[in-house]
Write a protein that binds this ligand. Structure first.
Ligand SMILES: CC(C)(COP(=O)(O)OP(=O)(O)OC[C@H]1O[C@@H](n2cnc3c(N)ncnc32)[C@H](O)[C@@H]1OP(=O)(O)O)[C@@H](O)C(=O)NCCC(=O)NCCS
Length: 186
């Protein structure tokens, strides 16, 4: 029998494991070098841990956290509140998209997320469960839509979960960053 999976809101004791999972998946789903763990976790996780802990979810099997989702309902407000203390790493890609695309993301798809599972937990529906939990919270506060920036690997996951591509950017020859969006309006 496959182990049962619990998806729940993150609590304050979960954050060290969330940081570890971020580093175990930080290189396109593969681990980053151990020497970079501290700064990488700080860069990608600290803004969410500090400013939006109530918007994070974890997936647990047999008492072990195997995946997480960090996110926010309003990216423009998040950028503003993060600015004095954090330099958000995702802005390096985000700011290269056309101004018209960025304006649409802020207006029509204001929420965003990051989701990562450790390798053995992938392909069993856990990513979908985390996303569903996040989307349910977003619907409860009447967010019109959400977006995510991703590379080629997780594209199929987002497409299967109701996202479509709004725009794409060639970050280097033949390598694309995709701006994926999902409408939440009834
Ligand atoms: C991307 C990720 C979060 C998806 O979670 P998951 O639990 O593996 O995905 P699910 O099992 O919920 O898959 C949902 C659907 O997407 C499909 N899917 C998921 N990942 C896929 C992939 N890499 N390629 C093709 N299809 C994929 C599944 O087939 C499934 O469709 P089905 O229900 O018809 O079978 C997870 O694989 C992961 O952490 N990957 C490495 C890190 C990463 O890429 N994170 C996203 C950064 S933007």
């Amino acid at each position: 029998m496959s182990p049962s999976i619990l998806v729940r809101a993150a609590t304050h004791t979960d954050w060290p494991r969330i940081r570890a999972l971020c580093c175990l998946t930080g290189d396109n789903g593969n681990p980053i070098e151990e020497s970079r763990w501290e700064s990488f976790g700080e860069k990608w996780i600290a803004p969410y841990e500090t400013l939006l802990p109530e918007w994070a979810f974890v997936a647990e099997t047999e008492g072990k956290i195997v995946g997480y989702l960090t996110g926010c309902p309003n990216s423009a407000a998040f950028r503003e509140s993060a600015r004095p203390r954090f330099s958000l790493p995702q802005l390096a890609v985000e700011e290269r998209f056309a101004a018209a695309t960025r304006a649409r993301l802020d207006r029509e798809f204001p929420a965003h997320l990051h989701v990562n599972l450790e390798a053995p937990a992938r392909g069993a529906g856990i990513g979908k469960m985390l996303l569903d939990a996040f989307v349910a919270r977003l619907r409860a506060v009447k967010t019109p839509g959400l977006h995510v920036f991703c590379g080629a690997e997780p594209l199929a996951y987002y497409l299967k979960n109701g996202f479509r591509e709004l725009d794409r950017l060639e970050t280097k020859l033949g390598v694309f960053a995709h701006a994926m969006v999902k409408n939440l309006e009834p």
